[in-house]
Design a protein around this ligand. Sequence first.
Ligand SMILES: Nc1ncnc2c1ncn2[C@@H]1O[C@H](COP(=O)(O)OP(=O)(O)OP(=O)(O)O)[C@@H](O)[C@H]1O
Length: 240
Amino acid sequence: MSLVLKNLRLPLAHFTLEIDATLSSRVTAIFGPSGSGKTSLLELIAGLRRPASGSIELSGTVLTDRATHQFIAPQHRAIGYVPQDGALFPHLSVRKNLLYGFSTTHERPAGLSLDHIVEVLEISPLLDRSIATLSGGEKQRVALGRALLAAPKLLLLDEPLASLDVALKERLIPYLLRIRDEFTIPMIYVTHSPDEVVALCDDALILLSGKIEKRGRPADLFEVSETPRYRLREQKGRAE
Ligand SMILES: Nc1ncnc2c1ncn2[C@@H]1O[C@H](COP(=O)(O)OP(=O)(O)OP(=O)(O)O)[C@@H](O)[C@H]1O
């Protein structure tokens, strides 16, 4: 996967988002303080917003180019976007939420079946429950499952663990590691947490007032005082 963000500009309330970067890692972190433009950047990539100038190309396909007036609508980008709140349909069952993404796609790589994703995310006991009855962590797993079932070429995750308590975060990290390692879907992962960057990501962009302040390998950008617990749990094959 190669995501080329070329001279992208998007004026926001207090600054202009200005990004020029090529992303090609398995998991790229976008890290930065609140209001630094992380969600706005994901929305540009998803096609929910249009840049004032610049272009976005995903593995050779132009998604947006202001100069040539090209613009592929969000539903035709093959990009899975899990916004901060998960955006599930609250009145539908877990199964129906999962199948919503499933029914809109045609091509399906091996492994991206309903049964396999339900197994990986351990959500089979939840299938007939309504979304309204789920905990925060269960909803996050269903939102991930729904996005995966649409067989995206790229998965955008906006602070998927932000609203969860520490214990639940630790329980969900192994599921994200499984997604990273079992499916070959690259991810862009927005977070405020250095721990999550180090546990999950191969490349990290630090955003400040809409500009890339720093970029590098997570271990070079963040101090890790001890081996992350997340990794140890994954190696034991535990994902409770
Ligand atoms: N539609 C908009 N028009 C103008 N300004 C906007 C718009 N949407 C967001 N902003 C502003 O742009 C800045 C960046 O917002 P954004 O949501 O991208 O930040 P963020 O880094 O994702 O923040 P958080 O970590 O709090 O979610 C903020 O100052 C926000 O108020």
